[in-house]
Write a protein that binds this ligand. Structure first.
Ligand SMILES: *[C@@H]1O[C@H](CO)[C@@H](O)[C@H](O)[C@H]1NC(C)=O
Ligand SMILES: *[C@@H]1O[C@H](CO)[C@@H](O)[C@H](O)[C@H]1NC(C)=O
Length: 828
């Protein structure tokens, strides 16, 4: 070690002095600790001392803690090369070389260097086949890791087949072939060759051509009047086939008769007589056939008329459908008598009326005419009665009688209209102004919130932010048959706002056992109202913009893009189940003899139950029992609802069927937010005020729940309890540091100490692991402060009652006493 000391005396003399000290000298006297030197100058005027020069021994160890390993990867795969530099003081800086050239991630966006010095190739390209070296250096030394060779290979792929070739034989059996080549793409760098055959053969038969050949000549004909005779031959020995040549030459040949056989004479009178006879015979034939035709025509018409008369006589005006099929042709040509037809159904119609007159109308299966609900009612005789909806208007959700009783008092109605208008928005929305300090927006009792961490809104800006739960069925994303909507549709905004850290949108979902039984997709609504897939949970990579943390009831979406989101799922097996929330409502007061019990089968999310509670309260309904959860399996079995133990002395059920069923797909698709079904009971006297019964809801061959209902009816219309609908009754917006459980100063200290990679690995990665947030660590690794994002997620997961002591215990377990979180939290 070499130490130089300079002395400056203003104005007069300048003296320079230096001293050379070796490490040995120092270590002999003081040991291997750090030391400092100081220069002392003195004269008659006094003594003066220089500043202390601290000397610290810098070093960089030789061997890397971890060195990158070579690997072979297929095209577009993600590659992770790890490097942990040797220990050193000061800590080594790390850079990566690709074939000895420094990698600059700013220049080539396909490279990413994580905060803990690992190199990530986001999507391997052919050009990424190279030798990679990790280089660590500080002022003392520069060390190179072993070189890792990354080979990007391409598996071969087949081209499309060529057309079939023509059959290779000119005549008879042969074969034809088609080929393909392993060039789409060709295997490269040791990729797998194509699997399968490159050539396909097919047997084929070409039809053979056959040339025509004459038969032998026939014998000469007898000598004709012209004194010639003829002979002929045919071209069919064989006949030409499949394009073979026709025979050449004449078919007929004539020659003069020889041997004096020819007699040249004129036609005789015998011949004339013969001709006349033939003509007469032909005329006779024509006359006879006309007579026969007339006779047949008249006969068929008479047959048809008598048939009609016969059948109507048999059936007394009712012509049954059993007209003999053989006669249908007649019916087509002769239009049926319409007056007859009108009469023919009269009989059975009267018969039907007769039967129905004997059944009191009140006994028909009664279903509440509720919106968009088709329910099949199965009664004991197995008849199916589909029931249609009455439209989507809110008031029509009330069964007519209830509506009437509610509408009797016009004041209450006005009040209701007002409260409807008032509650439409506020109870579904939270909003506030946020600056760089962040905050938290909560839609009360809906399981929906938006956490805006400190630093998410850019410094110096203020955003008016909001989060809204949508309740229109029309806003839900369209789903395929096998898919189901698992969460409410939630918007946060302002859309397009620039964020410098991810915000966390929390939504409740209703999937049971998310990790194993479901494939879950996050969807985002585009400006045009269309939906796009953002990410399949569990398949995140460098190109996906969001990270989704699925907890058992809620999901937390980390995103830097504000917009409209929704979860859609697809079950992986028949055992997959959706959680349903069953809620039973009845009227608070009852002025008629009928008493309607409504059973809602909702997605088990807080918001769905909240919506129904609001709706029912406005309709004058109340919860009859604690809502219950039911796991509804993807087994295609319907949901069956039945009522039992109705006290028959005072009440009568209007349902003659044994039960009502909601079809499987109506429940599974989740496309109807307020799916429900109604049981109507009739009081035998208005003096009856006590009702008790059991309601059973179960999936056929699946899980079930039983509600034990017991209720007292009241005559007067009571005040409607609107507390649930009052948005002011809950805190919806928390602004600034108060919104977070972890105090800002502690958070900053934690980030400072956990963001830097530790050789023992007890850094942010271990924190993520301990908090079960390590499903896709690369998401955090790409953020400027991984610890910060993990802590944000912890805040969102544990709102509102996160236990700081638990977090402290986790840090304790990690052996990070330096962060001393426990003492810090107690200070606050
Ligand atoms: C890596 O280095 C070795 C040794 O220098 C060399 O033979 C090889 O071609 C290099 N590989 C690549 C992909 O550049
Ligand atoms: C047949 O006889 C007629 C006259 O009798 C003659 O003109 C003709 O040439 C003869 N034909 C052959 C084929 O002998």
């Amino acid at each position: 070690y070499f130490l130089l000391l300079f002395f400056f005396f203003a104005g007069l003399v300048v003296r320079e002095a230096s001293i050379e000290i070796t490490r040995q000298q120092v270590e002999e006297l003081f040991g291997p600790e750090d030391y400092w030197c100081q220069c002392v100058a003195w004269s008659s005027a006094g003594t003066t001392k220089s500043r202390k020069a601290h000397v610290r021994i810098a070093y960089l160890k030789k061997s890397f803690e971890q060195e990158p390993l070579g690997k072979e990867v297929s095209l577009e795969q993600e590659v992770l090369l790890q490097c942990r530099p040797p220990e050193g003081i000061p800590a080594a800086e790390v850079e990566w070389l690709k074939n000895e050239e420094i990698i600059d991630p700013a220049e080539d966006r396909n490279f990413y260097i994580t905060i803990d010095h690992n190199l990530i190739i986001k999507q391997a390209r052919l050009s990424d086949t190279a030798n990679y070296t990790c280089v660590a250096k500080n002022i003392v030394a520069k060390r190179r890791s072993t070189t890792a060779t990354v080979i990007v290979y391409v598996n071969g792929g087949w081209s499309t087949w060529t057309e079939w070739s023509v059959c290779n034989s000119r005549c008879g059996r042969g074969f034809q072939k088609r080929t393909r080549s392993c060039t789409n793409p060709a295997p490269l760098n040791g990729g797998l060759p194509c699997d399968g055959q490159a050539i396909q053969k097919l047997a084929c038969t070409t039809l053979c051509t056959v040339d025509g050949v004459w038969t032998d000549w026939s014998k000469w004909s007898a000598c004709g009047t012209e004194c010639t005779q003829w002979r002929r031959r045919e071209c069919n020995n064989p006949a030409p086939k499949n394009g073979g040549k026709d025979c050449e030459g004449m078919v007929l040949q004539s020659q003069n008769c020889t041997d004096g056989l020819c007699m040249q004479t004129a036609p005789s009178t015998d011949d004339v007589a013969l001709y006349v006879g033939i003509v007469i015979a032909v005329i006779m034939c024509l006359v006879i056939s006309v007579i026969v035709a007339l006779f047949v025509y008249r006969k068929t018409h008479r047959d048809f008329d008598s048939d009609i008369i016969d059948t109507s006589a048999l059936n007394g005006g009712f012509q049954s459908v059993n007209i003999k099929t053989a006669r249908s042709a007649d019916l087509l040509t002769a239009p049926p008598d319409l007056t007859n037809a009108a009469a023919m159904y009269r009989g059975p119609v009267y018969a039907l009326h007769d039967v129905s007159d004997k059944i009191p109308m009140t006994n028909s299966p009664l279903l509440d005419p509720l919106p968009n609900l088709k329910i099949k009612v199965y009664n004991s005789s197995g008849l199916v009665t589909p029931q249609d909806d009455l439209g989507g208007d809110f008031t029509s959700k009330l069964s007519p009688k209830v509506t009437q009783s509610l509408l009797d008092n016009s004041d209450t109605m006005n009040l209701r209209n007002q409260s409807l208008a008032r509650t439409r928005d506020p109870s579904c929305t939270a909003h506030g102004s946020f600056n760089n300090q962040g905050g938290h927006l909560i839609v009360p009792n809906s399981g929906v919130s938006l956490l805006v961490p400190a630093g998410a809104v850019p410094q110096g800006r203020v955003y008016e932010m909001y989060v809204t739960v949508h309740r229109k069925d029309s806003l839900r994303p369209p789903v395929e048959d096998i898919q189901t909507v698992l969460s409410p549709v939630v918007s946060c905004g302002p859309p397009g706002a620039l964020l410098t850290r991810p915000v966390i949108l929390t939504i409740h979902h209703c999937a049971d056992n998310v990790q194993e039984d479901w494939l879950i997709q996050l969807k985002n609504q585009l400006a045009m109202g269309e939906w796009e897939d953002v990410v399949v949970v569990g398949e995140e990579n460098f190109t996906t913009p969001c990270y989704v943390q699925m907890d058992s009831e809620a999901c937390h979406i980390l995103t830097e893009t504000l917009g409209t989101y929704c979860l859609v799922g697809q079950s992986v097996c028949k055992a997959a189940a959706k959680r349903l929330k069953l809620a039973v409502f009845g009227p608070v007061s009852c002025t008629t003899l009928d008493y309607h019990i409504r059973v809602y089968c909702l997605d088990d999310t807080q918001d769905a139950l909240k919506e129904v509670l609001q709706m029912e309260t406005q309709m004058g309904g109340k919860l009859l029992d604690e809502p219950k959860t039911l796991n509804f399996k993807d087994s295609t079995h319907n949901l069956r609802l039945s009522i039992h133990d109705v006290p028959h002395t005072h009440w009568k059920s209007k349902l003659i069927a044994k039960y009502q069923e909601i079809p499987f797909y109506q429940v599974w698709s989740g496309s109807q937010r307020t799916l429900h079904c109604t049981f109507t009971l009739e009081r035998l006297s208005s003096a009856t005020t006590e009702i008790s019964c059991k309601l059973c809801v179960r999936q056929v061959e699946g899980e079930g729940q039983i509600f034990q209902l017991s209720n007292t009816l009241e005559e007067e219309v009571q005040c409607i309890d609107t507390s649930l609908m009052d948005p002011a009754s809950n805190i919806t917006t928390l602004v600034g540091p108060n919104a977070f459980r972890i105090p800002l100063s502690i958070r900053q200290k934690l980030c400072g100490s956990l963001d830097a990679p530790q050789t023992r690995g007890n850094d942010w990665r271990m924190l993520a692991h301990k908090l079960n947030l390590d499903r896709y660590l690369n998401y955090f690794a790409t953020k400027s402060s991984p610890t910060g994002v993990i802590l944000d997620l912890w805040e969102a997961q544990h709102f509102p009652d996160g236990d700081l002591n638990e977090l402290a215990a986790v840090l304790e377990e990690m052996g990070r006493h330096d962060s001393n979180f426990a003492s810090m939290t107690t200070e606050h």
